[in-house]
Design a protein around this ligand. Sequence first.
Ligand code: CAA
Length: 288
Amino acid sequence: MADAQIGGSGERPAEASASPADETISAGAPAEVGVRFEVDGEIATVTLCRPEKRNAQTPAMWSALARFGENLPEQVRIVVVRGEGPSFSAGLDLSLLTGAPGQRSFSEIAALDDAALERLIAESQRGFLWLRRPEIVSIAVVQGHAIGAGFQLALACDLRIVAEDAKFCMKEPALGLVPDLTGTKPLVELVGLPRAIEMCLTARTVDAAEAARYGLAERVVPAGDLDRAVHELVTSLLAIDRHAAAATKRLLLGARQRTLEEQAAAERSEQMIRLRTLFSAPAPRGSA
Ligand code: CAA
């Protein structure tokens, strides 16, 4: 297993590098900021590695995540996201509310002008958005607590395999904030609007069994069986042709936004590419 080379060239989107808030979110060496990245052939593993702080998250971690996503080796098809220790992630590092060494406090961040503040949040969100790419399937492996940003990281993944002791909580509203790490859309899509309102606006904790009932977990297993469950899922996913998998995920991702007719057209268009690729038929003359 090799450590992925990320961001070594310092390549970042121009929008982010121009941000006056950049120093707040610049990633150091990933392991130092509390996240480790490994690539083993077609499988990448992202591991939050601050177990002593229950994998509490910082903007530097989100920035490192974004850079890993931007530099993901092309062969990677599966991204497994895990947290070391008893909790998947206890969410935002609460020391940021008051100010921690090397990080701006929330009161300093709140004093940024609108454009800088918007860029700062967008940069944080970039750490989560890439996990939905059609070319990969992302799997969150959740044990113990997934609170706030931890819950949103699990929601950013395509699939969730959870231990029986998993506990989900969207804590942000209880702190006077909103969930802003891209979690609100998948939450509503998975559990429905009324349940999402109830969960977020009470900030209550949802256990693994309830999470499975709401569609927040594809599988619930004893903690000791997590690795085996992940291995089984990854093996099944890798057994499918990568191009067919990416095309199908593209179709599924777009299904909610399209009408039935539009979706049927999208299916035709993806299938034509598959048929021509698989059976090597040249495009008939006169086709676009
Ligand atoms: N930030 C910083 N440190 C944290 C932390 C957090 N979110 N969560 C836990 N820790 C630290 C604790 O301070 C403690 O550190 P010390 O040993 O140095 O005292 C260590 O991790 C272990 O914590 P506990 O002893 O509390 O562990 P536990 O297993 O008994 O409880 C827990 C685990 C239920 C997650 C509990 O620690 C907890 O409730 N943490 C706070 C959760 C929280 O409110 N997170 C914010 C969510 S909102 C959000 O995420 C906002 C956003 O995105 C914008």
